[in-house]
Design a protein around this ligand. Structure first.
Ligand SMILES: *Cc1c(COP(=O)(O)O)cnc(C)c1O
Length: 358
């Protein structure tokens, strides 16, 4: 990575390590045993990333018609699950072509029934404990028990819709033991419920949300504990992580444009900004980084971009070696919810270039 990062013609740039990503997903796949692995495309739908992951995942989870068309075009024939609230009429028609539709409401079920046959999971919004979650997916996502029961009544009159099981993506940012406990709680509710409603060979998709710790990039989610613990759940299990798959193998590399000290605070102004890498702003963290060209005694500085807003901060008050214009900084852990969630057009600066280690 360093060699490529130091020899680019222009900055900023995104660099993706495709062999590293392939090794990472292979080890996840192995740890999961018989649990199926779908990749949540919304974490990073870059076509090279999708093609790298494809041989090692069972399918891709898409959350819009746009993602569906993009993944179909990039990975023809790959199994797809389609979730997400507020599907449009056009998206519902497209949804009929996927392997599993995650149904978000009784209204959605009714309109799907009018369109044609489909294999569905009902998305459940269960009042379960999700201690220390970064995001709890309550509110508009999925259905409570009353709405789920209404769906069962609708299904009785629409036998061309096949209920395969339950989908539950309840929280994100959880460690393996908490995640496992949550999966067991979901199964304890869902399996008897599905049995009551005549679903044989039930499927459970227990979602994504596996923790990624931006303060300690080495501390990976414990896939082995998770995979082993899932094996005791008597159902066809599926998960759909995004961040914990693609975060670690992307870098945002850029150069220093200016360094200045204002009222005792040192600011390092970098080419680009959070309109390219919005992750630290959305997550409220300091994006981890490496200074590739500078060494020496460290002192605190705030790394910012070129945007005319005080929110354009990559990392605040972090130790850096002596930096000068032209030095190269590589932000790590920039492979998920990074470029594709950023507000690219704000201020009309040039876009980054994209590079792939192969
Ligand atoms: C976002 C999302 C995921 C992936 O979440 P990660 O935190 O990236 O693992 C999976 N399933 C659903 C329904 C989602 O909304």
């Amino acid at each position: 990575m360093n060699e490529l990062a130091l020899n680019l013609d222009t900055y900023p740039a995104y660099i993706y390590d495709l062999p590293g990503l392939a090794d990472h997903v292979k080890s996840i796949r192995t740890a999961l045993g018989t649990t199926e692995l779908f990749y949540a495309a919304k974490a990073n739908p870059d076509a090279e990333i999708l093609r790298t992951l494809a041989p090692h995942v069972d399918g891709i989870e898409v959350s819009s018609g746009g993602e569906l068309a993009h993944v179909r075009g990039t990975l023809p024939g790959k199994r797809l699950a389609f979730g997400g609230p507020g599907k449009t009429p056009e998206e519902k028609r497209l949804a009929l072509t996927v392997d599993r539709i995650h149904v978000e409401s009784p209204h959605e079920l009714k309109s799907l029934a009018a369109l044609g046959p489909a294999d569905i999971l009902l998305r459940a919004n269960l009042p379960l404990d999700t201690p220390n979650a970064a995001l709890a997916m309550s509110g508009p996502f999925g259905m409570d028990e009353d709405a789920l029961n209404e769906c069962v009544r609708l299904l009785a009159g629409n036998t061309h819709l096949t209920l395969r099981g339950i989908h539950a993506h309840l929280a994100s940012g959880l460690d393996a033991r908490t995640m496992l406990d949550l999966a067991h709680q979901i199964a304890d509710w869902a399996l008897p419920w599905l049995k009551t409603h005549g679903v044989h060979d039930p499927e459970l998709n227990v979602g994504g949300g596996m923790a990624v710790d931006y303060t300690s990039p080495e501390a990976l989610f414990d896939w082995h504990t998770y995979g082993t613990g899932l094996a005791s759940i008597p159902a066809r299990l599926r998960i759909e992580p995004g961040r914990a798959i693609s975060a670690y193998h992307g870098w945002y590399v850029t150069d220093v444009l200016d360094v200045k000290t204002t009222r005792g605070e040192t600011y390092v102004i970098l080419r680009g900004g959070t309109h390219h890498l919005r992750t630290p702003v959305t997550k409220g963290h300091n994006q981890p980084f490496k200074a590739l060209t500078a060494t020496g005694p460290e002192s605190p500085a705030t790394l910012v971009g070129q945007l005319c807003t005080p929110k354009d901060v990559f990392a605040r008050n972090v130790p850096v070696p002596p930096l000068a214009p032209g030095d190269i900084i590589a932000f790590t852990m920039a492979g998920a919810y990074a470029w594709n969630i950023s507000h690219h057009d704000f201020l009309m600066h040039p876009k980054p270039t994209f590079h792939y280690l192969r």
